[in-house]
Design a protein around this ligand. Structure first.
Ligand SMILES: NC(=O)c1ccc[n+]([C@@H]2O[C@H](COP(=O)([O-])OP(=O)(O)OC[C@H]3O[C@@H](n4cnc5c(N)ncnc54)[C@H](O)[C@@H]3O)[C@@H](O)[C@H]2O)c1
Length: 338
């Protein structure tokens, strides 16, 4: 009999680290992870790790011949800034990589007679507001509004959400026997802030970068204007949302893709928050106009009413608690050995 597993792609990344730790506690079966990178020792001992590429078809075939896949947390991706520099590579990893895993999940669902849960982290980058007046007028954007991304990453995310819905609801709709479909569930995350890892390649990274620089006693040049506002969330809440959405009963879910958020703040508010705990923080605002335009097109906040209603979503960490109980103590410990 094949062993039942949860598969986590992109496990060596910011969310992956945190998710593996929690899932290893909560899931009684085996975890299998894939990433181009190796895992740090403390994470690696909690999972069977495969260092490899999600685009490697023979690797995926070996996986399904060995395991029964119950759930896929598909985190592997090229993030927004990197995707803008290498859009074709982003399309390959973010779209073709996701398509390959959706096909694998479909075949698994059919073979075991039970839908595989496919949990997909999407992003505020799926939105695109045309100008600052509109951004101000539509302060809390709902899932179906302003789906006009202006980055390759945002296009990839929005399209993969649609692919996930297609594979869940319409795949092989003209075939005589409809297969058992997979069960796609997506989350549109705001900018995520982790105390334990330094971000790289995301366009919302100015917040966490400011904080990590302050803790290290280094000056930081913020690449967006002081007044630019987007939503954020502390990493433990992002992991909680992924796990909670997986556990929600299918019949409670009125959508396949949900906004989730915690607090919205401007870059200046972020600096004020950082200064409260690191009074010597040196931050200058030196907007990079190209990245600025991208952040300006993202909503100032997300409306996550439906996630609250359907699966009782509530973040544990509001702004105050994120800084005082999660970010600052962990970051201080990380850099100062406190
Ligand atoms: N961090 C955020 O603020 C944020 C916000 C919204 C959505 N997300 C999404 O959450 C997911 C995880 O984000 P993260 O912040 O942990 O990113 P990350 O860049 O820290 O991690 C991504 C991981 O994917 C791996 N990877 C990339 N290409 C791969 C490939 N071809 N095969 C195997 N592994 C590959 C990388 O090595 C990396 O470890 C991504 O899909 C991202 O788009 C992140």
């Amino acid at each position: 009999m094949r062993k039942k597993i949860i598969l986590i792609t992109g496990a060596a990344g910011e969310i992956g680290h945190a998710l593996v730790e929690i899932m290893a506690e909560e899931f009684s079966g085996q975890l299998v992870t894939i990433d181009l990178q190796s895992l740090p020792e403390e994470v690696a001992k909690r999972t069977t790790h495969i260092q490899g590429d999600i685009l490697d078809k023979s690797l995926l075939s070996r996986l399904v011949s060995e395991y029964e896949i119950d759930t896929i947390f598909h985190l592997a991706a090229l993030l927004s800034t990197r995707s803008e520099f290498t859009p074709e590579a982003a399309h390959r990893v973010n779209v073709e990589g996701t398509l390959g895993l959706l096909q694998l999940a479909s075949e698994q669902s059919e073979w075991r007679g039970l839908p595989v849960k496919f949990i997909f982290p999407s992003s505020i980058a799926a939105y695109g507001l045309p100008d600052l007046e509109t951004k101000q007028a539509y302060a809390r954007v709902r899932e179906w509004e302003w789906n006009y991304p202006r980055t390759m990453y945002g296009c990839n995310k929005l399209y993969c959400e649609q692919l996930g819905i297609y594979f869940s609801d319409h795949y092989r709709q003209l075939a005589a026997d409809k297969p058992i479909m997979l069960d796609f569930r997506g989350l549109r995350f705001p900018g995520l802030i982790s105390a334990l890892t330094v971000p790289s390649g995301g366009t919302s990274d100015y917040g966490p970068e400011m904080l990590h620089a302050a803790a290290k006693g280094e000056p930081y040049a913020c690449f967006v204007r002081e007044d630019v506002r987007i939503p954020f969330m502390a990493m433990p809440d992002a992991v909680k949302a992924l796990i909670q959405l997986r556990a929600a009963p299918r019949e409670a879910l009125g959508r396949r893709v949900y906004n989730v958020t915690s607090f919205s703040m401007s870059a200046m508010d972020f600096y004020d928050g950082v200064r409260k705990y690191f009074p010597d923080a040196q931050v200058s605002f030196e907007p990079d106009l190209k990245r600025q335009v991208i952040v300006d097109s993202w909503p100032a906040d997300l409306d996550d009413t439906q996630a609250q209603r359907d699966w009782d979503w509530h973040p544990d960490y509001d702004l105050e608690r994120s800084f005082s109980e999660y970010l600052v103590p962990n970051i201080k410990r990380r850099y100062r050995g406190e």
